[in-house]
Ligand binder design. Structure first.
Ligand code: 13P
Ligand code: SF4
Length: 303
């Protein structure tokens, strides 16, 4: 393992490359990353890095967004088949039908979406800024795609707007049940429940804190508790344990695992670095169309 890590560090220098990794990838991949974070942080980093090449350890919408935001860079994916099923769960025809129904509609697109879907949208959001951005928009009517669970959470937080939600979902978060959370609470009665807003409403109702992966980590670091039940993908435990010595973290289910995120391995990182392989490619036209909602997000996210 150490030999593979040393090879990656050498190759990064040789190839003028940086490794970006989402919190859900395997621990050893997070260990070789230059930047680890949630989707918003990684999209910001992608606009700022100076290196010629970005190796994006995550799923395809993440690499695609990095390429859209920074087209002059080589963006390489260790595994081109690592994809987020939810990223495809919305429909252009339905978006158009909504636009025909509501004159002032803003189509708000969770960053977990394909470039094809982003192109029909007005602004992107991530789980860390969705509420803030929907509040800041001048529009009264919002169509939130593709995640229904995050959309419903946003609708609750912004009751002054008419938020219509699409019916997409994350299979990893949506399978976590309220019964499983209750069982974990019985086992660890003093534990705080930390949940990602992609979880179903019944799970969010049991949560003491709701936020993005970074939000969950920051909350656990800052809170006085010592024991936490964590309702998000298991990869986040790596950073939780590192950043919160002496605290305990418990999963709710045995399989809170995103199989696509787990496709990224050290061998695959070495392969893309050595062979200059797996470049994210995107047509100029699609890039420009999908760039507008992403750039709007970065602007509105600053406020
Ligand atoms: P975060 O932006 O909270 O890291 O979430 C990304 C994701 O894919 C959640 O399933
Ligand atoms: Fe997509 Fe869910 Fe995996 Fe996140 S955890 S990448 S939303 S499938």
């Amino acid at each position: 393992m150490n030999e593979l890590k040393d090879r990656i560090h050498r190759l990064k220098k040789e190839k003028d490359a940086v490794v970006l990794a989402h919190y859900y990838v395997n621990d050893e991949v997070q260990e070789v990353a230059d930047f680890i974070g949630d989707s918003f942080y990684l999209s910001q980093v992608a606009t700022e890095v100076e290196a010629k090449t970005i190796v994006f350890c995550g799923v395809s919408f993440m690499g695609e967004s990095a390429k859209i935001l920074n087209p002059g860079k080589n963006v390489r994916m260790p595994d081109m088949t690592a994809d987020c099923p939810m990223a495809h769960m919305a429909d252009e025809k339905r978006i158009q039908a909504m636009r025909d129904t509501y004159e002032d509609l803003a189509v708000v697109c969770y960053i977990n979406s394909t470039a094809e879907l982003k192109k029909w949208s007005d602004v992107c959001v991530t789980s860390s800024n969705a509420v803030k951005i929907v509040k800041a928009l001048p529009n009264q009517n919002i169509y939130f795609i593709p995640d229904g669970n995050l959309g419903r959470y946003v609708a609750e937080q912004v009751p002054e707007k008419n938020v219509i939600v699409n019916d997409g979902y994350c299979p990893v978060h949506a399978q976590m049940t309220a019964e499983a959370v209750r069982a974990a609470k019985e086992k660890y009665p003093s534990a705080e429940v930390l949940a990602h807003p992609e979880c179903i409403k019944e799970v969010l109702e049991l949560a003491d804190y709701i936020g993005s992966t970074s939000g969950i980590i920051d909350h656990a670091r800052g809170s006085s508790g010592t024991d936490y039940i964590v309702c998000t993908e298991i990869g986040v435990f790596y950073e939780l344990v590192n950043k919160c010595p002496g605290k305990s973290f418990h999963p709710v289910m045995e399989d809170q695992i995103c199989p696509d995120m787990k496709k990224i391995t050290l061998d695959k990182i070495i392969h893309v670095l050595e062979e200059d392989a797996n470049d994210v490619e995107i047509s100029d036209q699609l890039r420009k169309q999908a760039n507008a909602p992403l750039t709007n997000m970065l602007e509105l996210g600053k406020v």
